[in-house]
Design a protein around this ligand. Structure first.
Ligand code: ARG
Length: 477
């Protein structure tokens, strides 16, 4: 019989049972469910709601179930619907009467909320580590290729020369914001819902503060109906994940372009590429394409939960069971993507000479030529027009600006002097852009230094998260 079967006279239809169940995916929250139940039972005994002996039997039984699941010796049953009832039923089968007292003062509504909060917190701690690892790979590459200059683009047209390291550090900055986003998701998840019961609180003298402390939660919910029906922390996590994937997708697009024969700016390591079953010459950046492609489902997961939540009345509704698969899928794919990207950046080769060759043959220094004239007193708009004409002239002559003689240049503006060729040098173009966040080596070195500081602050945060999480899971040891 079902744990809730008392008022029923018929068995559940088999396909209803399967459709209704969540054990197929929520089984991954077994550690959270068991730790949560240990905390709950401990509190029940402390409050005199169950006996000390019952509590001891429950805790021992739960720890045994934990070892069985860890060892792969636990068969989850669809009939028992979800992780909560699978564990509770097994506990009761093992220890009898005492097991039946575990669910006192608790509903699956606050139980599932508790488990999911704990699970999300745990995964935030491990995803955070991988973000930082990727950031470290990026700074390392920025430092390693500190003298590489590449064309910077707008509209995917060559615009101005930039340091390759500057380009890479842009992604570092994006990931720093992702980390802040993740801290927000942690704050949202760090709230303890147990004690809300089904929706209204319970008639037992629970000590919710004690449960929160035992499970190392920062806060209690103020309102029990909100506690069982809040999924903002899941939305916060999925928002974080969607934005992070958007960032990785942009990087993917660049890696794909840069490793094409047309660009040839980088080469990804063989270990990160795949071949073609028909074209023997091919080396494809599949991983980058997959990361770019998978970004779609991350947006889907976020939209899915937002849409699922938008029309449901207070408090818990079964719709909310749909909150988990997207998060689980996002976590799994995020971990893959972050791990692989870090190694990919560590191992890729950067073709400095090829980037240089492209720059030498183009007009990325045109802005610098206009700035040269403007600095000599010509209004910038007029300088812009003079250089525009120079570019046009060069295209007709099959030259680049750097190749124009002083006579040719002075024919265009008397302000041009000997030093113009120095100003048009790719190095000069880069070195002169030494504004606070510009591409000059001094600025990029400053970015790298700040980057190391950011990483070390993030690591402190991660340590704190890991300590919290580890303390929770110690309950089952
Ligand atoms: N499996 C459910 C979920 O994931 C657990 C809560 C079910 N509560 C209920 N009263 N049906 O949301």
């Amino acid at each position: 019989m079902k744990l809730w079967g008392g008022r029923f006279t018929k068995a559940t239809d088999k396909s209803v049972e399967e459709f209704n169940a969540s054990i197929q995916f929520d089984c991954r929250m077994y550690a959270e469910d068991i730790c949560g139940s240990i905390a709950h039972a401990t509190m029940l005994a402390k409050q005199g709601i169950i006996s000390q002996e019952d509590k001891d039997a429950i805790v021992k039984g739960l720890k045994h179930i934990y070892t069985q699941i860890e060892a792969g010796n636990f068969e989850f049953s669809v009939e028992l619907e979800d992780i909560h009832m699978n564990v509770e039923k097994r506990l009761t089968d093992a220890i009898g009467e005492a097991g039946k007292r575990l669910h006192t003062g608790r509903s699956r509504n606050d139980q599932v909320a508790l488990d999911t909060h704990m699970y999300v917190r745990k995964e935030i701690a491990s995803v955070a580590k991988l973000i930082v690892q990727l950031q470290e790979s990026i700074v390392k590459a920025a430092e390693k290729y500190g003298d590489v200059i590449m064309p910077g683009y707008t509209h995917l047209q060559r615009a101005q020369p930039v340091l390759f390291s500057h380009h890479m550090m842009a992604y570092f900055s994006m990931l720093s914001r992702d980390f802040i986003h993740l801290q927000y998701a942690w704050t949202m998840a760090d709230m303890m819902p147990l004690g809300a019961g089904a929706l209204a609180g319970t008639t037992y003298p629970l000590d919710q503060e004690f449960v929160a402390q035992t499970l190392h939660f920062g806060k209690l919910y103020d309102n029990s109906m909100d506690a069982v029906s809040d999924r903002d922390y899941i939305i916060a996590f999925l928002e974080f994940a969607a934005v992070l994937m958007m960032h990785l997708s942009r990087l993917s697009e660049e890696f794909i372009l840069w490793s094409s024969s047309e660009f040839k700016f980088i080469e990804l390591d063989d270990s990160h590429c795949t071949g073609s079953s028909i074209m023997p010459q091919k080396k494809n950046p599949d991983i980058c394409e997959l990361v770019r492609g998978k970004t779609g489902r991350f947006y889907g997961h976020l939209m899915g939960v937002l849409t699922m939540m938008k029309g449901i009345p207070m408090a818990y509704d079964k719709d909310m069971q749909e909150d988990k698969e997207g998060v689980f899928d996002a976590i799994d794919n995020l971990k893959f993507a972050l791990t692989i990207y870090s190694a990919m950046i560590d191992k890729m080769s950067v073709h400095k000479d090829r980037m240089r060759e492209v720059l030498e043959k183009d007009f990325s220094n045109a802005t610098d030529m206009a700035d040269y004239l403007a600095k000599k007193g010509l209004p910038f708009r007029e300088a812009h027009a003079v250089v525009g004409k120079a570019v046009h002239y060069c295209i007709e002559q099959g030259k680049v600006l750097q190749q124009l003689s002083l006579e040719e240049l002075q024919g265009m503006s008397p302000l041009f002097a000997e030093d113009i060729h120095h100003y048009l040098d790719i190095e000069t173009c880069v070195n002169q852009r030494n504004t606070y966040n510009g591409t000059a080596p001094s600025s990029v070195q400053r970015q790298c230094r700040t980057g190391h500081d950011t990483v070390s602050k993030e690591q402190d945060q991660i340590q704190q998260w890991h300590d919290t999480v580890a303390a929770v899971y110690d309950l089952v040891k």
